[in-house]
Design a protein around this ligand. Structure first.
Ligand SMILES: [Zn+2]
Length: 582
């Protein structure tokens, strides 16, 4: 087992002659392809010709064009000071953009085919392999604008959106909070809140909240500007609802996501019960907004990496020997970089690409949290590896199914490990797990509903004042927190700093992944053979819509019942917590 990345699976070093060879090959083949189909337009008329052109296009995707980009970005992850890698990355990036520009017209032309032609192509047996890809392309093209219009929007994107966000963020990052005779930078104070005992926690939070409130005018102008920009763009692109663009870009159907949102909103009594137990654990009659993520104890048990690996191998192997093998192979090959190091990037991620080995970055510090992260990222890695059985066009996955896969493995690992903890820690771990799930499901969906309401208000009234935004936030936060948490009007100013609401509805993907993965586990508990269905989902990549992928597992994601099944798993944890606290 190796605990550091072996990047020689990609290239030997920055001077490896294969880098330039691969780039030259990509330059040459893409230029030839682009020239060929600029001239010949037969593929826009005949299914057989289009199948041939797409076959060639797919071969381009399977080339090693992007490999050097991965190599340089991984080197920078391991050493932020790797200037040589940075310089090469910039050059590669430029070269990649130029190649990409040569190909833009190819998919644009196909996307713009008249509707009867699209229908004919979708029905053609010669194009059966490409059907889902074409469906996606045609659907996206319905919302595309003309080339000059797209260019204008692209150029204006930064000033009508990015810089507004940057302004609020920059000002917030410079703010300080006075606490306990010290002056703390705001981000540090925010991170401290949940670790303090109740009295201090509430005192510090009230200082943090004052900063949010003081920023109300700035954030009001910013939010109104970016929400109005979004309205203008949605109108230009013929999106009828504010959430449609995001949902479709994650390859989901609005129907399915509305079923999710409604099921979660209707199940909010589960979250209310959780906060009631949490109040008992904190020995408080009522909680405040400051207490919502407060710690109720600590899991002190250390889990060294070797032990985490042994546990994970057992858990993954229990699901399928294939997953334990994949896990072992990644570690044996040096595809996971485990420990924190000076100069190494923080956090954790999994990166994969067509014909590129899957790499996982961790910052393992032997805690329970570290184990969770290991399981989550390895879940992404197993998903990526299984999807490598697909053809190049379908080896990726939208964020919605990616989070379902990672959460599926994380939940399996978590359940196994919680059972082995000493009983006092088991209570804490169960509380933490439930709190995470309540946050992922109920809080994110409350956020979705808040966003929807605010977009509608901006669209209806033209401008929404800060007091109204804050009240709206309280309304939706209160609806999931329930009566055990007493909100004050000023709590609504949390909107000032919540970055999620500026990323337009992406929050649902976490709730979606969590609930579907729970539903998969419940099926698996009843029938061990069900793992074959789960594997079908993992191996499907993006060859079908998430709806069809889960339908093949027997789950209808357009109906709320499936999401209710996932909610039942959270409820079971709350019930157990209630028993343990009595
Ligand atoms: Zn993830």
């Amino acid at each position: 087992m190796k605990t550091a990345w072996d990047l020689s699976l990609l290239y030997k070093d920055l001077k490896d002659p294969r880098i330039e060879r691969d780039q030259k090959e990509a330059d040459r083949r893409i230029a030839a392809f682009a020239a060929k189909y600029r001239k010949s337009k037969l593929h826009l008329k005949s299914p057989a010709a289009l199948a041939k052109a797409l076959g060639e296009y797919e071969k381009l995707i399977g080339m090693r064009a992007g490999k050097a980009g991965y190599y340089t970005s991984f080197r920078k992850e391991l050493d932020v000071e790797d200037k040589a890698a940075e310089a090469l990355a910039a050059k590669l990036d430029d070269r990649g953009t130029k190649r990409g520009n040569l190909l833009i017209y190819f998919t644009l032309e196909i996307g713009k085919l008249p509707a009867p032609m699209q229908k004919k192509f979708l029905a053609a047996p010669a194009l059966a392999h490409y059907r889902y890809w074409l469906t996606q392309l045609f659907e996206a093209a319905r919302h595309d604008l003309s080339e000059p219009e797209e260019k204008i929007l692209n150029l204006l994107g930064d000033v009508s959106y990015g810089r507004w966000l940057q302004a609020t963020e920059n000002i917030l990052n410079k703010k300080t909070v006075s606490y306990g005779g010290k002056v703390l930078p705001l981000p540090e104070a925010e991170a401290m809140v949940q670790n303090l005992p109740t009295k201090k926690r509430r005192a510090l939070y009230s200082e943090v909240r004052k900063v949010y409130e003081s920023m109300g005018d700035t954030a009001e102008a910013e939010i109104n500007a970016v929400y109005t920009t979004k309205k203008i763009e949605d109108e230009l692109r013929h999106f009828t609802t504010p959430y449609e663009a995001t949902i479709k870009s994650y390859q989901n159907e609005p129907r399915s996501i509305l079923a999710l949102v409604d099921a979660v909103a209707e199940g909010s009594s589960i979250a209310h019960r959780f906060y009631k137990v949490k109040a008992r654990l904190l020995k408080e009659r009522q909680l405040t907004y400051a207490d919502r993520s407060a710690h109720v104890g600590r899991v002190e048990t250390k889990i060294p990496f070797e032990k985490a690996v042994a546990t994970m191998r057992e858990v993954f192997g229990g699901l399928s020997p294939l997953y334990a093998d994949t896990f072992d192979r990644l570690l044996a090959n040096g595809q996971a970089d485990v420990y924190p190091k000076k100069g190494k990037g923080g956090g954790a991620f999994c990166a994969s690409g067509v014909n590129i080995p899957t790499y996982v970055l961790l910052n393992h510090i032997d805690t329970f949290e570290s184990l969770k992260t290991l399981a989550h990222e390895m879940g992404h890695a197993i998903h990526a590896e299984r999807a490598k059985s697909q053809r190049p066009l379908y080896q990726g996955h939208p964020i919605s199914t990616a989070e379902t896969a990672s959460t599926f493995f994380e939940t399996a690992a978590l359940n196994a490990v919680i059972a082995t903890l000493p009983s006092a820690e088991r209570l804490v771990a169960l509380h933490d797990k439930t709190q995470d799930n309540v946050g992922t499901v109920f809080r994110q969906i409350a956020c979705f509903r808040f966003e929807r309401a605010l977009h509608e208000a901006v669209r209806k009234d033209g401008y929404v004042p800060k007091e109204q935004i804050a009240d709206l936030m309280n309304e939706y936060m209160g609806s999931y927190l329930g009566p055990a948490v007493k909100l004050e009007r000023a709590d609504g100013y949390f909107f000032v700093h919540w970055s999620h609401i500026r990323r337009f509805f992406y929050v649902y993907s976490y709730a979606y992944g969590q609930l579907i993965s729970s539903a998969l586990h419940r099926h698996l508990e009843k029938d061990a053979e069900f793992i074959k269905k789960v594997d079908g989902f993992l191996a499907a990549g993006e060859s079908q819509s998430p709806y069809d992928i889960f339908k093949a597992c027997g789950l209808d994601t357009n109906k709320p019942a499936i999401f209710r099944e996932g909610l039942a798993a959270i409820e079971a944890d709350v019930v157990e917590l209630e028993k343990l606290v009595k």
